[in-house]
Ligand binder design. Structure first.
Ligand SMILES: NC(=O)c1ccc[n+]([C@@H]2O[C@H](COP(=O)([O-])OP(=O)(O)OC[C@H]3O[C@@H](n4cnc5c(N)ncnc54)[C@H](O)[C@@H]3O)[C@@H](O)[C@H]2O)c1
Length: 306
């Protein structure tokens, strides 16, 4: 048998009790990693606490002959991030791989969104990814090896109605990932994003009022969270040592490499710009190249290419 791709590596997977995180934790363990299963066991809006789901994943990993330890801290504070990484150090003596996957939703139109809804989502996704990363990278720097995998979303990359907090966090995670990739490049540590599409409880509330929405949900239901895990294992392995600062969309059997934000057209005026001059020249130049306002649902509503 070939050597397991993550043999002897120690991985932390946050939000690993359910959905995508659970599948990643199980597949990493199957590929030889010792896994810290972090999850506070809350509802999809972040309320409630339950140790049971994380314990169940630890048992499942032990059941297939793997090694795992549970951690129930929230990722949303720096102290929580430190405690999660400390669990890896205490149980397995190292921290090699971090998958920042924990997430919640508090959808609301921007004109109704409360400070609490904004903070809860930003703190879980964006600050949570920072907290665990911040605790792990000094160890990776010392060891000159590490893998960071962060979950972004097309809600941020493209846009989605009613998700200003979530989209801001998810696009923030792209910036966090790129700069972490730059800061850590010389230490043999990579950082990449996955933008998953998977039928989990998190997207169980997407609307099914129109026929088009119903058809879309039927398609998404066929895309289970198990499809995301192989990409995470690959990115965590030695095989992906030259892959850093990238965004991979994963949808069923399809893997997409995303583009990055770069200027697409520019205009220059010898005398510089006044508002009037810009108003005159804009329609014949940049206006032709404006990117239309779209939601991720509209943009990704084409048939999977598989
Ligand atoms: N499902 C999709 O199609 C989809 C699309 C885009 C992005 N994502 C992202 O993928 C990740 C996983 O989502 P999922 O669909 O598996 O959702 P899920 O609700 O099934 O799982 C998320 C897990 O995170 C845990 N969690 C939440 N806040 C936490 C915190 N502060 N500390 C520790 N654990 C916490 C929850 O208890 C839960 O078990 C999320 O970051 C999500 O934003 C998912």
């Amino acid at each position: 048998m070939a050597t397991p791709m993550l043999k002897d590596k120690v991985a932390v997977v946050t939000g690993a009790a359910r959905g995508i995180g659970r599948e990643i934790a199980l597949l990493m363990a199957q590929h030889g990693a010792k896994v810290v299963v972090n999850d506070y066991g809350g509802g999809s809006d972040g309320t409630g606490r339950d140790h049971g789901p994380a314990d169940e994943v630890v048992s499942a990993i032990k059941g297939i002959g793997g090694q795992a330890a549970a951690n129930y801290d929230s990722v949303a504070t720096v102290a929580g991030g430190q405690a999660i990484v400390q669990t890896a150090l205490d149980h397995f003596g190292s921290i090699d791989i971090v998958v920042n996957n924990a997430g919640i939703l508090r959808d609301r139109m921007i004109f109704n969104m409360t400070e609490e809804e904004w903070d809860a989502v930003i703190n879980t996704h964006l600050k949570g990814s920072f907290s665990v990363t911040r605790a792990a990278v000094p160890h990776m720097r010392e060891k000159k090896w590490g893998r960071l995998i962060n979950m972004t979303s097309t809600s941020g990359l493209v846009g989605n109605v009613g998700q200003a907090n979530y989209a801001a966090a998810k696009l923030g995670i792209v910036g966090l990932t790129k700069v972490t990739a730059l800061d850590m490049a010389r230490y043999n540590v990579t950082a990449n994003c996955i933008s998953p599409f998977a039928w989990t409880r998190m997207i169980g509330t997407i609307p099914t009022e129109t026929e088009a929405q119903k058809t879309r949900v039927e398609k998404i239901k066929k895309m289970g969270p198990e499809h995301i895990a192989p990409v995470a294992v690959f990115l965590a392995s030695e095989a992906a040592k030259e892959v850093s600062g990238q965004i991979f969309g994963v949808r069923g059997k399809e893997i997409m490499l995303f583009g990055h934000m770069r200027p697409i057209r520019n205009i220059h005026h010898d005398q510089g710009w006044t508002p009037e001059r810009l108003a005159e020249i804009f329609p014949g130049t940049l206006k032709h190249h404006l990117v239309p306002l779209e939601t991720s649902g509209q943009y990704f509503n084409y048939d999977p290419l598989v």
